[in-house]
Design a protein around this ligand. Structure first.
Ligand code: ADP
Ligand code: MG
Length: 694
């Protein structure tokens, strides 16, 4: 019998959270910390020293011997370097020490992280600084301190810093709007995020036999299994024992770390699962999502499984994404995307909704770019998950309201249409529990927006930075107008209907997969950036640079650095995949098919000697030969393609997309036919049927 888990007792037990701080710190130190968090000022050294001491005592009680500044470099994953607490006493012994200076500032040797040109090689130092709004925690014998990462000259080298900046910015502008509606209390508005995480689990021994999975996280070859996901028998199905004990273990570890893991279920594809936490502020959600991904991988290994976070591990079955649920709420916990119960609350709701619609329409390319990656190219626009065209789904009720607001200005006098916003009470917008429109990239689900274009492996920082920033921008523009208004109601009325009229093209409730939508979207002038290579250049458009610099989220240098890194990472990933394919084709697939062909030929000689029919063998040999010849030629083709990659990064991305990837696809086609022709005992790696239906 296993012990019964006392969840409330273990929850957050490995986190130096507010409750622990309150309990362990002298009151004036605790208040000093709270004050710094609330006002965003630096921690005074005496406060930092006391916190560090309390943290160290707490962490060593939990078995920690080391501490690490945990940060989120622009690679999209996390980084850590561990220092032990030991300090020599001079007589051959050590004591455990940890100072305020060590808590608030670190200097990891960070010269190998991508900086997109932000650090000259002679100035390779990077610094980390504690983000006191995010709690420290103990994991694997180390005290983890969430930090921002920046260069000597103060450029942000990470994903956390701009996320925090964007949260401040959207808060500031949202509070301006709230003041206009008579709210004098709210001091801070926070972006709330709940990120649903999809992933695949495979048996470790099978995974280990596939070079493509080990090197690239996805299968580069593989004929379709006789069965795929057509029966939908996996979705929400019974969770098998091995997986369910993995999930229990995962939940327990996450709960100890204060991650609000809430929902788990099987997904559509075989071996695919999902975990959803309860939403928190965007910064915590981002940290927590990184922890979720890291712990999933580690925990899987413990259960002899491998967790794949790649967007498209298998052709022919669904890939994995991340649904980023986003809303804004006040420090009193009021959700600003909830339609209100009074006319004035409804008008306020419509302001936030309209700002969102305008921002998404105006900066659709920016949003698209935040989810552009080599892995996600297999999903977006590839007849799966949401299309690459950004649009907003509002549902019937809200769409009708929006339409009436737009139409109102056309034929109703201002006074009358003003009444509409001022007096009518909006119907309660039902929560979209049924996932009615799965094809929409950005769906309103009752009181939040669900951004569904994210890839499963990516950091949620980028998309949330974009959502916060465009929202701040539009709210700011509205506040500028409304603060100057002589007649608030009339101005508000005009502003809403005018803005909706300008931006309603982004609203779409139909089937996002259909060919008609592509045409319709083009007619509406919406972007359809169907690949990373096409999308990324729009990232650094003047409009986006103006937005992020005006809003103080990135300097132009920081922004361009991110562009360079995304482009470089795309090119490198495709290059590695192509080289892995060449290796597997040359050293595994071709030899296997040729060995099998030879054994058939030997059989033919033997059978001919006794005059037996060799029709089957001859037929097979002919087919095998056609495809081994084909494979041989495709290998040459891909090799030649890789030798001609242009030096310029943007040209290279286009070349990978337009030349290398088609050569990879052609190579795969021959290899996959060979897999279906070759005796399984000759085949060098587990097939889709082995992997997906273990
Ligand atoms: P489903 O999408 O399966 O119907 P929910 O709508 O309950 O499930 O929630 C999905 C995710 O959205 C969860 O992570 C949840 O915590 C989060 N979520 C719910 N409300 C909000 C909100 N106001 N803001 C941000 N995220 C939210
Ligand atoms: Mg969802």
């Amino acid at each position: 019998m296993s012990e019964i888990l006392n969840v409330p007792e273990i929850f957050g037990s490995d986190v130096f959270n507010e409750a622990t701080m309150k309990q362990r710190l002298p009151e004036h130190i605790y208040k000093g910390w709270k004050n710094c968090v609330a006002s965003g000022v630096q921690l005074p050294l005496d406060v930092a020293n006391e916190i560090a001491e309390a943290m160290k005592i707490w962490a060593t009680e939990k078995g920690a011997t080391h501490y690490t500044h945990w940060f989120q470099p622009m690679t999209g994953i996390t980084a850590e370097k561990h220092d032990s607490f030991i300090t020599p006493t001079g007589d051959g012994r050590v004591i455990m020490e940890f100072s305020g200076k060590e808590l608030v500032r670190g200097e990891p040797d960070a010269s190998s992280f991508p900086s997109g040109g932000l650090r000259a090689t002679f100035e390779a130092r990077g610094y980390t600084a504690w983000d006191p709004t995010s709690s420290a925690f103990v994991k694997d014998g180390s005290l983890y301190i969430p930090t921002c990462f920046f260069s000597y000259t103060g450029n942000a080298l990470d994903k956390k810093t701009p996320l925090l900046r964007s949260m401040d910015e959207v808060s500031r502008e949202a509070v301006r709007i709230l003041r206009l509606f008579g709210d004098t209390e709210t001091r801070r508005v926070s972006a709330s995020v709940g990120a649903e995480q999809e992933y695949f689990l495979l048996p470790k021994d099978l995974y280990a036999q596939r070079e493509d999975l080990r090197l690239t996280g996805r299968t580069l070859f593989g004929a379709m299994a006789p069965k795929g996901q057509e029966l939908d028998d996996h979705y929400f199905g019974t969770i098998r024992t091995r997986v369910s004990s993995f999930m229990q273990d995962l939940d327990e570890q996450l709960w100890r770390l204060g991650v609000l893991s809430k929902t788990k279920h099987n997904e559509v594809a075989p071996c695919q699962h999902e975990l959803a936490p309860i939403y928190t502020d965007a910064n915590t959600a981002c940290d927590d999502n990184q922890l979720i991904m890291a712990i999933m991988k580690k925990c899987a290994a413990k259960h002899n499984l491998v967790c794949l976070l790649h967007e498209k591990p298998f052709a022919g079955v669904n890939g994995s994404g991340k649904h980023n649920n986003w809303s804004l709420s006040t420090d009193a916990g009021k959700n600003l995307f909830s339609p209100g119960k009074t006319p004035s609350q409804n008008a306020q709701f419509l302001v936030f909704l309209t700002a969102f619609i305008a921002g998404v329409d105006e900066y659709q390319d920016f949003l698209r770019c935040t989810v552009a990656s080599a892995g996600n190219d297999h999903r977006l626009g590839a007849n799966e998950a949401p299309p690459a065209i950004v649009s907003i789904f509002l549902g019937d009720e809200l769409s009708a309201i929006i339409q009436s607001l737009i139409d109102g200005t056309n034929y109703v006098e201002p006074e009358k249409s003003m009444l509409r916003i001022g007096v009518d009470v909006l119907p309660a917008i039902p929560q979209d529990t049924t996932d009615r429109n799965r094809t929409s990239p950005l769906a309103f689900t009752g009181n939040k927006f669900e951004f569904r274009m994210l890839g499963s492996s990516q950091s949620i920082a980028g998309p949330n930075i974009a959502l916060n920033t465009i929202m701040a921008e539009e709210l700011g523009k509205f506040a500028d107008v409304l603060e100057q208004a002589e007649d608030f109601d009339t101005t508000l009325q005009k502003l809403i209907s005018q803005t909706l009229k300008e931006h309603s093209r982004i609203i779409f409730g139909g089937n996002g997969y259909s060919e008609e939508w592509k045409q319709e979207a083009a007619r509406r002038g919406l972007s359809n950036l169907s690949s990373t290579a096409e999308a990324l250049p729009t990232y650094v458009s003047q409009k986006n640079i103006d937005l992020v610099t005006r809003r103080g989220i990135f300097t132009e240098t920081e922004f361009r650095a991110r562009y360079a890194i995304h482009l470089d990472s795309y090119n490198k990933i495709v290059h590695i995949e192509a080289k892995t394919m060449l290796d597997m084709a040359t050293n595994q697939i071709l030899p296997a098919a040729l060995h099998y062909t030879r054994s058939l030929c030997e059989g033919v000689s033997a059978k001919k000697a006794i005059g037996a029919s060799c029709r089957a063998e001859s037929g097979l040999i002919r087919e095998l030969s056609a495809h081994t010849d084909g494979l041989y030629d495709r290998v040459d083709g891909l090799k030649a393609a890789l030798e001609a990659v242009p030096a310029d990064a943007e040209a290279a991305a286009n070349y990978y997309r337009g030349t290398v990837i088609p050569a990879m696809d052609a190579l795969r086609a021959d290899a996959d036919v060979l897999e279906t022709l070759t005796d399984k005992s000759y085949w060098p790696y587990p097939t889709y049927a082995d992997l997906l239906f273990y």
